[in-house]
Design a protein around this ligand. Structure first.
Ligand code: ATP
Ligand code: MG
Length: 168
């Protein structure tokens, strides 16, 4: 029985903190997002109606609500992934969206962390990828773990690492 079990090394505990600075590549205009009269229902499930939002450059905004109230739906409408029943969302000049997907759709379960990055960015050197992953606390052999074997939080860190590369 024991012979059939693949032995894994005891995971080392990580006490490090991630030190990441997200700096925009391009400065946007003062107006970042303008939402007017936004309404959305799924069948008879009316999530929200007549929503207005204004976000200006430099503001930090949180969207807070109970599960199933429509937060992700609002983000998908802003990203153009869903069509509103009424109203509109418009981005200011030079605004680029970085969308960190709650469901981590961008990851491939069968790939290793390293391949997840290098397959999308073949121009990056091994050293660059390793340094970048180290900033997200994946060091040594960690980078050869399969995405499918990672915890939710670890997958979140890989998604963030990929998101950071998007606009480079
Ligand atoms: N494509 C869809 N078709 C039908 N109903 C949907 C669809 N997408 C979302 N819903 C429903 O709309 C409601 C809002 O979903 P949404 O994902 O926006 O919630 P949320 O506020 O992000 O929740 P959570 O806090 O769990 O992430 C839920 O009841 C969900 O089941
Ligand atoms: Mg959600």
């Amino acid at each position: 029985m024991l012979a059939k079990i693949e032995l894994l090394e005891k995971p080392a505990e990580i006490h490090d903190e991630m030190r990441i600075k997200l700096e925009p590549n391009i400065l946007s205009g003062n107006d970042v997002l303008s939402v007017r009269g936004l309404s959305k229902s799924f069948g008879s499930n009316r999530l929200f109606s007549h929503v207005d939002i204004d976000i200006k450059r430099g503001e930090r905004v949180a969207l807070i609500g109970n599960n199933g109230t429509g937060k992700t739906t609002i983000l998908k409408l802003i990203n153009g992934l869903l069509t509103p029943d009424r109203g509109s969302c418009s981005l200011g000049t030079q605004v680029q969206i970085g969308y960190y997907d709650q469901e981590h759709h961008v990851l491939h379960m069968e790939k290793t962390i390293f391949d997840e990055i290098s397959d999308d960015y073949p121009e990056l050197t091994n050293t660059k990828i390793r340094n970048m992953l180290a900033a997200f606390l994946f060091t040594g052999d960690d980078v050869f773990k399969r995405i499918g074997d990672l915890s939710g939080g670890e997958r979140g860190r890989v998604s963030l690492a990929k998101l950071m590369l998007v606009q480079d």
